[in-house]
Write a protein of this length. Sequence first.
Lengths: 663, 359
Amino acid sequence: MKKMGFEFRRIILLILAIMGSNLGQFALGQELVTDTIFLEGISITKLKSDHGFRSGIKVLSIDSATMNEKRTLCLAELLQENTSIFVKTFGRGSTATASLRGTAASHTNVYWNGIKINSPMSGQADLSLIPLYFVDDAIVHFGQSSMSFGSGGLGGSVNLTTKPTWDKELSANALQSLGSYNTLSSAVLLSFGKIHLKGQTRIFWEESDNNFTYRNIAKKNKPFEIQQNADYSRFGILQEFYFRPNYKSILSAKVWALETDRGIPQLMSSYSVIEKNRETIRDLNTILEWRTTSELFSWKASTAISNSNLDYDFIKKSFEGNELPVFNGKSNSYSFYNKGGFEVQLNSWILAEFIAEFNSYWVNSMEKVMGTNLDAKQWQSAIRTTLNANPFGSFYISLLVAEEVYNGKPMPVSSSIALEYRFLKHKNLIAKGGASRNYHHPSLNDMFWQPGGNPNLKAEDGTSFETGLKFDIPQRNFKKSIEVNIFLSEISNWILWLPNLKGYWEPVNLSMVKAKGAELAMVINQEIGSVKVGVSGRYNYTKSTIENSGGVMRPEANGKQLPFIPVHSGGLSINCSWKKYRFTYTFTHFSERFTTTSNNPNLVRRLYPYFMNSASIGKDFRLLNTNIALQLRADNLLNENYQTIMWRPMPGRNYILTLKVEL
Amino acid sequence: MMANKLIQTLIAFVLIVLTSCMKEDVLPISTIDLFGSRGVFIVNEGNYLYGNSSLCYYDIDKKEVINNVFTKANGIPLGDVAYSMNIYDGKGYIAVTNSSCIHVVDLNSMLMLGTIENLPSPRHILFLNSEIALVSDLYARGISIVNTKTLEVTGKINTGGTSLPFYQHPTENLIKIGSKIYTNCWSFDNKVLVISAETLTVIDSIVVGIQPLAMVKDKNNNLWVINDGGYSGNPLGWEKPSLMRINSSTFEVENRMDFTSLNDIVGPITTNTNGDSLYFIRNHIYKMHIDDNVLPSEPFVLGNEKNFRTLITDPLTGDLYIADAADFMSEGKVYRFSSNGSPLDTIDVGIIPGNFCFN
């Protein structure tokens, strides 16, 4: 009986821990295993026997110190500097997408508080549009780890969450940044409320002329030019309310409204007079969520509405200065998400989770100059169940089965299995392995875009295997962690947009793309006297090749690296703190990227290796009973002249000074 | 001990990092000498917004190709979507649509002599005399008049209609017959415009099929227009691709031949050296006499799953050059055939070979 009571407490604490970590963190990986979990202001001691094992093999959490240090950046910059994920960016403030494990941008699912914020039109998420002011935790789930949240993340997922701070009844933070190229950013973060009701408001505004000088190597005599039409402005507000009638339940409502207006600069090789090429994007995400726990199980339900509105205007100018409209497009997409689920401890060693979803999407797009339009709808339902078990000793197993239905048409069943074995009790030598079958349904653009959309496209079918070792050495004043993983994915029916003889692009299914690679990560934390040093290094080897194009490409393309996927990527981050001073240094590297399926090394068809250095220095102090932090950050330390996409210039060394006041 | 190791490792790493800076590739320059050779330039469009256009030169007698002649000679990229090349008075004029310019080069050394700027989206060039040239344009709603001496835009022939969404009259090929200039309006259009070469104004328009892709004149000075027919969902419509003959005296469509399927993919058209036969792309390459009233049923050259993009005949030998865009994301090929259809050579070229120009 006593044992039964112990088990109940264990179950409840486990469930609380999972629920408290919010939906976006539902699949806790070994990265997050700690002895203590902070649940919204309540500290719950986690039992040593609670291993937190889920279906994930590799999960990377970006720590809160890093998030705070980079609060003025966007998600694209955060991921580029702190993970080995390849972020394809069209320039400072411009579109940026992420590629995980050699897959496409549409294979990276991005979740914000549990709702998928990838565009239902393109299937991709523009990471430059996600401000870190609106994010408290960022966790990357590689490969099959993402399946806990939904199908389609063949590369993985990026899970972003916000969380309330219950420990203060009233708090306010204000940030003001001033940077190169007339970059200004202001933000206010307010938190108010008592033990049962909490409100949080975050407002930010940012603008930049982004008119940096660069050497234009695409023109004769390599003149220095000023980047034109790259300015941007953003305004956003995030309002959160949390109602906690008791410690078992919580109701939350969150509204995210964001408007981005930005110019789209010309290529370096353009000789056009200044033309108008701008887009305005308005995003509105709302989510209402209820979570509760009982003696035997916990359950949750959420509903969310997401709207994205894009105005794109491209006007050329004649030599006399008259406007020549080229493209004037407006698109509106709505997503309606409904999700419910519960988790239950079936017996002393099996934890079961069941989730059901019903989502619907509607998009409308119109182009005025030519009069083309797109009107498409889609509904999707899904059920997902997971069993997490610890059948004996140090052996753990997780099984996941999911089924999705699109517009009444069932997809094949997705599934995954993950295994873990801990060899050494105290030093935490952990071996992991898993296999999965995951499907990615074509996006609405893939199927219905005019011209080119193909409603007969097949869903992408990914089979992957991965295994890894992790070794933790926790000692006093010294902590070291080394992790190595290898993976292999075979993706059939890979969707690729190719130009055709009619003059437009259309999506096709490639028979087989194979992505394989290895990932090495190392973290060292050391205290040397009063100096704390944290070093994290990472290296990825990714070979992502077309094995069989199914006749849409030449045989010569077989075995070649996919365009824009680097074979080698890696980086190093160093954080030091001494008394009230902080210093960070970040180094990021990508090897060359080809832009053709032939992997032609010709200099106008490949991007040279990327080496980037950034650093920041900051100091915390108190003034008039107020906490103040001052930080100076420098990007492109070596003042490199470079491009990350062909013929799109990037800025030289640039600075941003941030003042943070905490009331 | 551990601390020292850590510090040493960090210092070593930082030193390595600081010495590994990016080498922004400044494109190397090499001497190009085409003097005395007879050849054909192949204009490779490259991918839209990739800036990977290129220009190849194929020496007809030596059967040798030099890729990227423009970049090699000048150390800069050709630009984004190079579309056509024309020659006048020993100079090459390369229209680069999405770079809004025409690069002017010396035909022997390929060195840049200048750039005509501020052309919205240039497509083809027609030289009227030693000073005046016309430049067709995808978005200008007009044809630009340029001074080839000063390399400046001096005027415009308005073609664009006033009503949107259609009839902006984006102009493509420019063909001069007598005192008239003809241009086909391809993108979301169905017109061939007639322009007076004397007044440089549009004097008439001829309704053709949906999206007249290309146009050529035969030995009788009649125009042959091939229409791609649009596509499913095209706001202007979708019809079977067609081939039609326009009488350049009466401006009337005398003969219209529809292809058999809505899904037929057609490409540009050219004539043989005598101007009495046509070659055109319809998945494969077909040849027909200008007096034929039905479309040929048997291909002249089989496509064999190649993506034939354009074609041209050698004005001296009658050899046929056919460009294959491959998968559009890698280097294409050009196939050279004799006038009787015998294969002569295969040439590796750049991405999306789209036009030819004999020197």
